[in-house]
Write a protein that binds this ligand. Structure first.
Ligand code: BG6
Ligand code: MG
Length: 220
């Protein structure tokens, strides 16, 4: 029986995935490493440091710890500039209604994000008080597809993994949910999201979370 819902942040709740893309592209280009949509897809859900390591690896470049810190700072400063003016208008379609409906239907809800900027973003989009629990990049040490972020979420919600349903937009996140033994609704492009229990193009498709779960999710 599903009793808890765990939401990824970037690309599920708020339209920030595009800013991560722009920021990483800028860094990759400065390092003369080719970077496009295909590479970006592989960074979704991945922590800041692991993302830089992947980019460097693609470019066959080795950097010292100090040099890496330099690029991580540049990336994050640029990203912070991009999100400095975000407001509830950048919430993705259907998310506000889904969160409201989930709470009214008695589900416990948690955030499960790799981002160290999660709290800041939730404040900016007025959702900081909407979650029962928040697990973000300041707490977890392993990047998705490790199940750590979602297992911690379930634990804080005092639920078993099989009682949790994850919303994800990234392939690494879908794998993380499955590795955690949870059900997963993938949001976005069907071709990129292997292994999800259901894929929706937009959360707008979920007008009633209880009926959606009973129709599309096989509960244990
Ligand atoms: C994830 C994003 O949510 O957070 C990744 O999908 C990002 O693209 C990661 O790299 C870490 O984010 P931040 O804000 O800590 O740099
Ligand atoms: Mg995401």
């Amino acid at each position: 029986m599903i009793r808890g819902l765990i939401f990824d942040l970037d690309g599920v709740i708020v339209d920030t995935a595009k800013y991560h893309f722009i920021a990483w592209k800028k860094i990759a280009e400065s390092l003369k490493i080719p970077f496009g949509e295909t590479e970006n897809e592989k960074l979704k859900g991945v922590s800041r440091i692991d993302s830089l390591n992947k980019i460097l690896n693609w470019g066959g470049i080795e950097l010292s710890k100090k040099e890496k810190e330099y690029w991580l700072d540049i990336k994050n400063s640029f990203y912070l500039k991009c999100i400095s003016k975000i407001s509830p208008s950048e919430l993705l379609p259907g998310i506000s209604k889904l969160i409201e409906d989930s709470k009214q239907s008695g589900f416990k809800i948690a955030l499960g994000s790799a981002s160290k900027n999660a709290i800041l973003i939730l404040e900016k989009v007025n959702l900081i008080n909407s979650f029962d629990e928040i697990v973000d990049g300041t707490i977890v040490s392993l990047s998705k597809p490790s199940p750590e972020v979602f297992l911690r979420g379930a634990k804080l919600l005092k639920l078993l993994p099989e009682q949790c349903l994850v919303f994800e937009d990234a392939q690494s996140g879908v794998f993380a949910a499955k590795n955690a033994g949870m059900k997963c609704i993938a949001v976005g492009n069907t071709v990129n999201l292997e292994g999800a229990d259901v894929v929706v193009e937009s959360l707008k498709e979920i007008s009633d979370i209880k009926s959606f779960i009973s129709e599309y999710i096989i509960e244990e």
